[in-house]
Ligand binder design. Structure first.
Ligand code: PMP
Length: 404
């Protein structure tokens, strides 16, 4: 991959911040957008803007075609078997809430059990807690080891005849761990338990094939995969989506409405109440096509090199501790520098033009397990370079001197 050339696709990467070249290491929070995505959204509003599915006029047809084309692009991107299994939602958070609410309404009853892991983002904890409270169900937690790897045997022990669903993060946003989801799905299915995979941090790093994984649900966010904010994808196997009740009521999701009885639309519209984020879907689809052009395998390879290089470089800094050292990892570095508060380190690095994140990264339980207030997190993606990592390491040393 010609990274120099690829960086040209991202106008924001040319910015200077406080007199320094921007180094954007906050990709797990949100990724930057290539020009083709920005242009697709802008062109949509300049030339097409209309509501979908309802109009008889030319522009409405055009908007509908582009919107449904975006669904097909997404279906192919994750290799779903049908476009009807692709539901447009606001993001990972809404996708999980939809499943927790709708699947939960139909299939969860008192004293049933739901399994998640100890490394979930709050978005994959709280919706299940709300459901458990509503249905008097029980949430069970798979622990992880010191490296941040899920303990498979503990998972096996948690699974029982009462387990109704497992909801698991594919890649941890605070530790970088890639979980062995295929192994977990296979084992869960041997006990007839469905599995939801939170792909917020995986689909942008390596190829996802939902049929091969055989997951029952898969969710991800547009803005973390080089697309716009406000759009995300819920993939669900048709057999579950058919059985689940609607999540929200309104236009689009109905077949007919009378004051006596309302009937619901077919999939995927049953779960898409109201006017959807049309430009968001178009922008997302453009981002997915862009990734296809770069090639997910090339992206993974470059990011693997960044991970190796960055790990060695960071480890050479005296007093640094990296959290998340799993064998299978993406290019995320979560660390603490001596006893300095992560916030102080982050603020000083920002003054030097380095954008990264400090805090708990919406995984407070992970921080509690490590007994730390939070970490500094540098999360890299394919447009990052080894030179940027050199600059980071150089400046962590500078920050150390300043704090000393
Ligand atoms: N799960 C994981 C693993 C995440 O990293 C995030 C975002 N940080 C979410 C869920 C929530 O994603 P969103 O805010 O886009 O809904």
């Amino acid at each position: 991959m010609d990274i120099k050339k690829i960086r040209e696709d991202f106008p924001i990467l040319k910015r200077e911040i406080r007199g320094h070249k921007l180094i954007y290491f906050d990709n797990a929070a949100t990724t930057q957008k290539p020009l083709c995505v920005i242009n697709a959204i802008s062109e949509y509003y300049k030339r097409v803007n209309s509501n979908v599915h309802r109009g008889v006029h030319f522009l409405s047809d055009m908007a509908t075609d582009s919107f449904e084309e975006a669904r097909k692009t997404t279906k192919e991107f994750i290799n779903a078997s049908k476009a009807e299994e692709i539901i447009f939602v606001r993001g990972t958070t809404e996708g999980i809430n939809l499943v927790a609410s709708s699947f939960g309404e139909k299939f969860i009853k008192e004293s049933d059990e739901i399994i998640i892991s100890a490394m979930e983002h709050h978005s994959n904890i709280v919706p299940w807690q709300i459901l458990c409270e509503r249905k008097k169900a029980v949430l069970k937690i798979i622990p992880f080891n010191d490296k941040g790897e899920i303990i498979f045997d503990e998972f096996k022990n948690l699974l029982s005849g009462k387990t109704k669903i497992i909801s698991l993060v594919h890649v941890s946003n605070s530790l970088g761990t890639v979980n062995p989801v295929k192994k977990i799905i296979d084992y869960a299915h041997s006990k007839n338990v469905p599995v939801l995979i939170d792909g917020a941090q995986s689909a942008q790093h390596f190829k996802i094939d939902v049929q091969e994984l055989d997951c029952d649900f898969f969710v991800f966010s547009g803005h973390k995969i080089y697309g716009p904010t406000g759009i995300g994808i819920l993939y669900g196997k048709e057999k579950w989506l058919e059985e689940m009740p609607p999540y929200q009521g309104g236009g689009e999701m109905i077949e007919t409405v009378t004051f006596k009885k309302t009937t619901y639309n077919k999939l995927p519209y049953k779960f898409e109440a109201g006017t959807p984020d049309i430009s968001g879907a178009i922008g997302l689809s453009e981002a997915l096509k862009y990734l296809n052009r770069l090639g997910l395998a090339n992206i993974s390879e470059h990011e693997k090199q960044l991970l190796e290089y960055g790990t060695n470089k960071l480890m050479s800094i005296e007093g640094i501790k990296i959290f998340g050292t799993a064998k299978e990892k993406v290019s995320v570095f979560s660390f603490l520098l001596g006893n300095y508060h992560p916030y102080d380190v982050g603020v000083l690095l920002d003054k030097l033009g380095i954008a990264l994140r400090t805090g708990t990264h919406c995984t407070i339980p992970v921080m509690d397990i490590f007994k730390i207030p939070g970490t500094v997190r540098a999360s890299l993606c394919f447009y990052n370079t080894k030179e940027e990592l050199d600059y980071l390491v150089e400046n962590i040393n500078r920050v150390k001197e300043i704090l000393n």
